[in-house]
Design a protein around this ligand. Structure first.
Ligand code: HEC
Length: 263
């Protein structure tokens, strides 16, 4: 019986890990190196979010005050740098763009981004934000190599600059590059994002390295939004372990006390 349970357990684990690892798709994604205890990075991400995303997208399940508290942002800084759509710090992070207008302009209403990093996963978000390129044939003038014919224009082209798609490499090959294989030979102004090779035709305010760091910050902020409790979880974990150690010691002493007369 025990063996049977073990076999079933093993089978379930193998299936579930392979399903989750695949993420339900076979996109070639870049790996984002987030550090959720780096408050400065999360603060930079929050600033990018309100400046470049909130005009179209909401994060309706989040309040400014909670974000400020979690990320150690002082109230005056919150009001000065982050709150453009409201005066009240207890308000939800809502876009000012009416959904009907957005739908008319873009064809699709920009989705709420509170949970996007859980639905899409951080590596997808990180790759997506760096994969916009100029495409005259699309209505917005932009396209995205990870999300073909996306209705979202490149919101941060003044930071990243303008990229042109040079070509694509094999997806499997692209997936192996991060782990061990060397990438294809690229010219100096070329860059591989997922399985797409881009050429920077107009540089932006940031260098490619700076932009990647900024997108790491923004992805980290979106990952925080999707699960704010994760910032406290580690601290709670440490306290719980300390408590358990203390409890074990107390129990042991108590046991010794009880059994003294018996022995
Ligand atoms: C000008 C309006 C606009 C701005 C600004 C904008 N977006 Fe979007 N975004 C959209 C629209 C419209 C879609 C829907 C695209 C589609 O489904 O084709 C979208 C889709 C997305 C998606 C994909 C969601 C999904 O799961 O399908 C993500 C992620 C995203 N946006 C992130 C961002 C981030 C981060 C910023 C800020 C840097 C931002 N967007 C700025 C309009 C915008």
């Amino acid at each position: 019986m025990k063996r049977f349970i073990l076999v079933v357990f093993g089978f379930v684990m193998t299936v579930s890990t392979s399903v989750f690892a695949a993420g339900g798709s076979n996109d070639a994604l870049d790996t984002v190196h987030m550090n959720m205890s780096d408050k400065a990075s999360l603060q930079r991400g929050a600033k990018l979010f309100v400046n470049y995303c909130l005009s179209c997208h909401s994060a309706e399940y989040s309040r400014y005050a909670r974000v400020a508290e979690d990320l150690d942002i002082p109230l005056w800084q919150l009001k000065e740098n982050l709150m453009f759509t409201t005066e009240k710090e207890g308000d939800l992070m809502k876009t000012t763009m009416p959904a009907e207008d957005a739908k008319e302009w873009f064809g699709v209403a920009p989705p709420d981004l509170t949970l996007v990093s859980r639905v899409r996963k951080p590596n997808w978000v990180y790759t997506y934000l760096r994969a916009f390129y100029q495409d005259e044939s699309s209505p917005s003038g932009w396209n995205n190599s990870l999300f073909e014919n996306v209705a979202m224009p490149h919101a941060m082209f003044e930071l990243q600059g303008v990229q042109r798609l040079v070509g694509k490499i094999d997806k499997v090959e692209a997936g192996a590059i991060d782990a061990h294989a060397a990438g294809p030979e690229l010219a100096e102004n070329q860059k591989l994002v997922g399985d797409a090779i881009f050429e920077l035709v107009h540089p932006g305010k940031m260098s490619p390295v700076e932009f990647d760091q900024a997108m790491t910050d923004l992805t980290s902020f979106l990952a925080y939004l999707a699960e704010p409790a994760q910032l406290q979880r580690k601290t709670i974990g440490v306290y719980t372990l300390l408590f358990l150690i203390l409890l074990t010691m107390l129990c042991y002493l108590l046991k010794k006390e009880y059994w003294r007369d018996v022995h």
